[in-house]
Design a protein around this ligand. Structure first.
Ligand code: ATP
Length: 235
């Protein structure tokens, strides 16, 4: 579904990601793990058109999307949930959700997708009229997911959704993402520093270090890999 073919991404003279080749499929969670500065956020930004690539190609459902604007990539069905969530804090939960559906032409399906969002994140229905800034961290992350769902995406790009959340809340969130993938057939590309959490729900994992791919495989195999256990799982 999503394919990066020898993609290089640079900030001026500095190369942040070097000849990265990865794929992420439908109805699957694919994760990229790696420590601080490995290039995870940079990769997601390049996929969604926020950063240009300086080499290689990105394809989504067979079409080349590298070189396109983020509005164009979004219309292909790729929804990016950025690190830090980037909600509209002074708008209500409902209005934040509606912003996700802003560019849709199939207005008739928006209500159905709102119901779907409330089904997966019932707390958003209960707190629909509150300002986004008055939600807890976990609820804000759910709102960021919900806003992305309102665009009826084919694939979600999730950047560090667990950051700053208590372990029980991050587990609940990730379990809900897994349910969405299973029940709605979405594809998810998940970027996480919390490698144990990410690998526990993923099908495929990629390990990035200083902008280069160092390991790839089934998530279950990566969890058993001794180097991964020592460096990323802490045991
Ligand atoms: P983190 O988990 O800390 O977000 P990451 O794996 O997402 O780490 P990136 O944020 O993608 O890593 O950073 C990759 C490299 O690119 C790092 O060396 C970082 O310093 C550099 N970098 C990131 N953003 C910029 C920028 N705006 N200008 C210049 N260099 C940048």
């Amino acid at each position: 579904m999503l394919e990066l073919d020898e993609v290089t991404i640079s900030y001026g003279p500095k190369t942040a990601v070097r000849q990265l080749s990865i794929t992420a499929g439908q109805k699957q969670i694919t994760t990229i793990i790696g420590s601080n500065g490995a290039g995870k956020t940079t990769t997601l930004k390049a996929i969604s058109g926020l950063l240009p690539t300086s080499g290689g190609k990105i394809r989504f459902m067979g079409e080349v999307i590298s070189g396109r604007t983020c509005a164009e990539v979004f219309r292909y069905g790729l929804a990016h949930v950025p690190e830090g969530r980037e909600l509209f804090p002074r708008m209500t939960v409902y209005d934040n959700l509606m912003m996700g559906a802003y560019t849709r032409r199939d207005r008739g399906r928006v209500t159905a997708d709102l119901d779907k969002t409330f089904h997966y994140f019932p707390v958003l229905k209960d707190k629909m009229k509150l300002l986004a800034r008055n939600l807890s961290g976990g609820e804000q992350q759910m709102l960021a997911f919900g806003r992305a769902l309102m665009s009826n995406p084919k694939m979600l790009l999730l950047d560090e959704p667990s950051i700053g959340l208590a372990p029980l809340i991050e587990q609940h969130l990730i379990a809900t993402v897994a349910k969405l993938v299973e029940e709605e057939g979405l594809g998810v590309l998940l970027v996480e520093q919390n490698a144990a959490l990410a690998l526990s729900v993923s099908n495929i994992g990629y390990v990035l270090d200083l902008g280069s791919l160092v390991l790839a495989g089934k998530a279950s195999e990566l969890m058993r890999n001794e180097d991964i256990r020592r460096v990323y799982l802490g045991h």
